[in-house]
Design a protein around this ligand. Sequence first.
Ligand code: E4P
Length: 228
Amino acid sequence: MDFYLDSANLDEICSVSWFPIRGVTTNPTIVAKENRPFLSLMEELIDLKLPQIHAQVLADTTEEMVEEAKMLIRLSPGTIIPKIPVTPAGIHAIWRLAQDGYKITATGVFTVGQGLAAAKSGAQYIAPYINRIDQTGQSGVSMACELKAALETYNLPATILAASVKTLYQLKGLIEGGIQGITVQADFLNQVVYHPLTEQAVEGFTQDWLKTFALRTLDAPVKSRGKE
Ligand code: E4P
């Protein structure tokens, strides 16, 4: 499973440099939060040298989506993957761009049918909104797993990049389903790795070490018996 950060905030992205993310995903809401000119923000994101930046178009007509997608790709070919919402205009734009050989992420996916339509149009990545689907009373994880099965049934090469993932339970379901990628917020990566029993175990190891050794280093001398 590849992890992406759903962020355009440079400090936030740098704060998770301890985790092997494959890239970042953005949308107009995420970019607007940065409150600065889009193109200079993109330049700084590109300078981070992440393997992938999934950046969303803003237009709502096919023609303009295609133009915006090509403009985004030109900023850093091979790194930028345009995100296009699954609307009728978006599906047409994905189809046209895919025919020209461009990789596209289909976003805003809430049903298996939408995901299949995007994959048939040639999208490389499909982004179902897991938590937002849960909020409708459906299961986002089940939908993502059903979509993965449908892509396999119909031999479609698209892979799933699950978006709007908010809970460890959702993550567990996505892992069990073999979902290929997820995009999350920075805090979520801490939640993935943190466990109180891990902290407790490490603390126990340290205390046991210090009962025998004078210092917390692997080349520490043994404490002198006289001082025990
Ligand atoms: C994905 O492409 C979107 O940017 C994002 O994950 C949507 O998630 P949200 O429900 O946190 O807005």
